[in-house]
Every structure is written in structure tokens, then in C-alpha cells.
Design a protein around this ligand. Structure first.
Ligand code: PRP
Length: 216
């Protein structure tokens, strides 16, 4: 395919995006414009390498990639599991490591062991549903929240939560603990299925270069 076509990257806003830009710098991809912390611009162009980058909300990254609005995305495995989009997951970037867990007060462990009908609050209802229904065969009531999920058991909205645990600090400060581990998480690179065919050479080289620096 022609080198004139731009390869477009969708990056989830926040910590992952900064780490991704640091990683890309190591393989010679820099986007000076994007480093300006005060900019309100949403799309950035690297004319030399024919690349475009845009920042979006994390859960929207797989959507842009599935529909081909972006060729490539970088997003947490949590978002991939939750959104379940038709994209190729091509690389574990190794950063953003954390775990998806069932958490709650110590006493709630009992409820999990006896398969009781419990309330589960989560920002990740699909992950929670898959875990409880398909893996544990436990019928539960799942309540979708949009953040500060640890409040669930504290204000008695739910018995437990399904959430990301990184340092464990938030749980500890709120008197909660990990009751069961669901799966490990980290940042992943995803590719649009058509782009993977049409831009195979450029994308494969990008993956090889990234694998090289990740192995260092
Ligand atoms: C995430 C997650 C936990 C916390 C875990 O929340 O939902 O609340 O980080 O990190 P820790 O184990 O290091 O304490 P985030 O900061 O994304 O905010 P949110 O509560 O609005 O989702």
C-alpha cells in the first residue's frame, strides 16, 4: 500500500497515553505537538512518518478501531474485555499492569463461597457478568457504576465490587480487600482487521520495532 496514506492511532487519554508516547519515542516516532499539556487539540499529525494520533476516552478506543476510524489503538485489557469489539489484539505492551478482582469487606467472602444471590457493583458489568455467570455459575444482581466503585459496599449499595486493583491503596483506605482475582491486566495494542491486511508491512514493522524495545 502507498506510504502516502496516514496510519491513525487512537490512544486512551491519561496515564496509558503518556506511557505509549514514551514507548513510541524509543522507536523513533515522536509527535511534538502532543506534548503540549495545554493544548485542546484532539488530533495530532506526524507529517514525516505519515502518522496521525488522537486521544479519546479509553472505552471508545476499541470502537474507533473496529470501525476503521483508527488503524491502531492502545488500550487496557480491561476495556477490551468489557467492550468485546472485533479487533485484533496484537501486542501486550507490558505497562499499566493491574488486576481485575472481586473486592469487598472481609465478611463478604462467605457470600462468594456459598453462591448466594448478591449485589455486585462495577464499572465493568460485562466482565462481572462473565465471571459470575459463566465461570462461577452464580446468579448475581449487577449494578453499573461509573467510578469510585469502592463506595458500593461502604454505603450498602452492593455486597461486593468488581474493579481494578493496582497498588491496593484505595481498597485499604476504605476497609475493603481483594476476595477473588479474576484476571491480570495491562496495556494492549489493537489493530483494525482490514488495516492489518491493507497496511500489513507498516504495521508488522511497527510491532517488530516495539517488540524489540520491550525486550530490552
Ligand atoms: C481505579 C480503580 C480503583 C483504583 C485502584 O480508579 O477503579 O478505584 O484505581 O488503584 P489502586 O489499587 O492503586 O488504589 P480510577 O483512579 O481510575 O478512578 P475511578 O474510581 O473514577 O474509576
Amino acid at each position: 500500500m502507498s506510504e502516502d496514506r496516514y496510519l491513525t492511532f487512537a490512544l486512551g487519554k491519561g496515564r496509558l497515553a503518556n506511557k505509549t508516547l514514551e514507548l513510541f519515542e524509543k522507536i523513533g516516532i515522536t509527535c511534538e505537538e502532543m506534548k503540549d499539556k495545554n493544548t485542546r487539540k484532539l488530533i495530532f499529525v506526524d507529517e514525516k512518518n505519515k502518522l496521525k494520533f488522537f486521544l479519546s476516552k479509553g472505552p471508545d478506543v476499541p470502537t474507533y478501531v473496529e470501525y476503521g476510524a483508527a488503524d491502531i489503538g492502545v488500550v487496557g485489557k480491561d476495556t477490551l474485555l468489557e467492550e468485546n469489539r472485533r479487533v485484533y489484539e496484537v501486542l501486550d505492551l507490558g505497562y499499566g499492569k493491574c488486576k481485575m478482582c472481586v473486592c469487598g469487606p472481609k465478611e463478604a467472602k462467605e457470600l462468594l463461597q456459598h453462591h448466594e444471590m448478591i449485589r455486585v457493583a462495577s464499572k465493568y458489568p460485562n466482565i462481572a457478568k462473565d465471571y459470575f455467570y459463566n465461570k462461577k455459575h452464580q446468579t448475581v444482581d449487577i449494578i453499573k457504576l461509573n467510578g469510585s466503585v469502592e463506595l458500593g459496599p461502604i454505603v450498602k449499595l452492593s455486597d461486593v465490587i468488581v474493579d481494578i486493583v493496582e497498588t491496593g491503596g484505595t481498597l485499604k483506605e476504605n476497609g475493603l480487600e481483594v476476595l477473588e482475582e479474576i484476571c491480570p491486566l495491562s496495556a494492549r495494542m489493537i489493530v483494525n482487521q482490514v488495516s492489518m491486511q491493507m497496511e500489513a508491512d507498516r504495521i508488522k514493522k511497527l510491532i517488530q520495532d516495539l517488540k524489540g524495545v520491550l525486550a530490552e
